[in-house]
Ligand binder design. Sequence first.
Ligand code: FMN
Length: 180
Amino acid sequence: MNLFDLLSARRSVRQYTKEPIEHDKLQQIAAAGLMTPSSKNLRSTEFLVVEDRALISQMAHCKPRFGEMLQQASAAIVVLGRLESHAWVEDASLAMFAMMLEAQELGIGSCWVQVRHMVSEKIGPDGKPLTSSKDLQELLHFPEGFEVEAILSLGYPLHPIRPRQLADARPFRVHWGKWE
Ligand SMILES: Cc1cc2nc3c(=O)[nH]c(=O)nc-3n(C[C@H](O)[C@H](O)[C@H](O)COP(=O)(O)O)c2cc1C
């Protein structure tokens, strides 16, 4: 599929069949994330691929309501940034998008679950809600010095996906020359 068709075809998919995703396809999706550029070539992004449905389901609690699709997901990739890079958010976001496109190419539905700046439904020792990233750290045991940018929720789409038309993408947002 050419790139523009792939961009049109990719939509957020939040309902999945129960079919597991083949391990080699998950490897290919993660590989797409590895292939993205990074600021100063620091490669600040790390990937935690989770296939255990029970664990993925627990991850949903880190993002009340907007992470609910994880309850049905066949797999999830937690995308983390090494905080010592000033551009870890941009690096991680590029990796997320590359993986979304790769998933689409493989016929797998995906949805970005935002984690950075979000809070969990769990309350921390100080009586305040835990950040979503801290909640995930307690569950997944990643080391200090990292923060979760987002989770990529994955599964075979339960329903056909309607491609986006360029006309629906608000093309008037492209400005030429001076903005006037
Ligand atoms: C940075 C970012 C954060 C997002 N966070 C969530 C989220 O937490 N939960 C969710 O269901 N969708 C999330 N989405 C998906 C958007 O809602 C979706 O991309 C948007 O509505 C456009 O629809 P489309 O992906 O089908 O083109 C996120 C998307 C982006 C790019």
